[in-house]
Design a protein. Structure first.
Length: 218
């Protein structure tokens, strides 16, 4: 039977007929998934077109929307801030990291360069490494040589794109340090990409400004 409490959890009957399937439902898990989806969608909309987010807000909270738009300082409202919702921002970071991992797994370094350029700040034609130098195909290949010397494959399955493989240090108010673990078939998890998210630049430009710093071992 289902738990009737405000926060229902999985309930397993003491006895069950083997001929009747038991359906396990975790409401809390579903709630977390829905919250992640909602946060991600909102952040994506902010990056694409702030006007779309306004339309969404108009549908979700029409009274609050009209009140805000009717304010005398409405025209002075700053541009949408993608860093405000930290949950959504973390999801955007994880997704961006996994896109890089997927390109690395395919050894498509041309694609990696495109992704890094898209994540670079305005005025930069390419992503920069930890030393402030532009990434090139040759430097990316050299960067990943230690990984490929120890592992024949880089996995891109569900586990490899999970939050457990992408650690984000959010202690700083201006910079997030990201460690994207590379999932190997042997499950050593001994190599990781090191990245840096510039919160100030991301806020100002309304999109992720994420820099690949290098490769870490251990």
């Amino acid at each position: 039977m289902l738990d009737e409490s405000p926060h229902p959890r999985l309930s397993v009957p003491d006895e069950a007929d083997d001929d009747e399937p038991i359906i396990f439902v975790s409401y809390l898990l579903r709630a977390e998934e829905v919250l992640d989806l909602e946060a991600w969608l909102g952040a994506e909309l902010l990056q694409i077109d702030a006007s779309l987010l306004e339309e969404w807000e108009k549908l979700e909270q029409p009274d609050a929307f009209l009140e805000r738009k009717g304010s005398p300082v409405a025209e002075e409202t700053p541009a949408a801030d993608i860093t405000r919702d930290r949950r959504a921002l973390a999801i955007l970071v994880r997704n961006a990291c996994f896109r890089i991992v997927r390109a690395v797994a395919a050894r498509d370094f041309a694609r990696v360069l495109v992704l890094l350029a898209e994540l670079a700040p305005e005025g930069s034609d390419s992503g920069l490494n930890g030393a402030g130098e532009p990434w090139t195909r040759a430097s990316l290949e050299q960067l990943l040589e230690p990984y490929w010397a120890e592992h024949a494959e880089l996995l891109v399955d569900a586990d490899s794109r999970s939050a457990a493989r992408c650690a984000i240090d959010t202690t700083s108010a201006s910079v997030w340090l990201v460690r994207q673990v590379l999932s190997d078939r042997e499950e050593d998890y001994d190599w990781a990409l090191a990245l840096r998210l510039d919160l100030d630049a991301s806020r100002e430009q309304g999109r992720l400004i994420l820099q690949l710093l290098g490769l870490e071992n251990g």
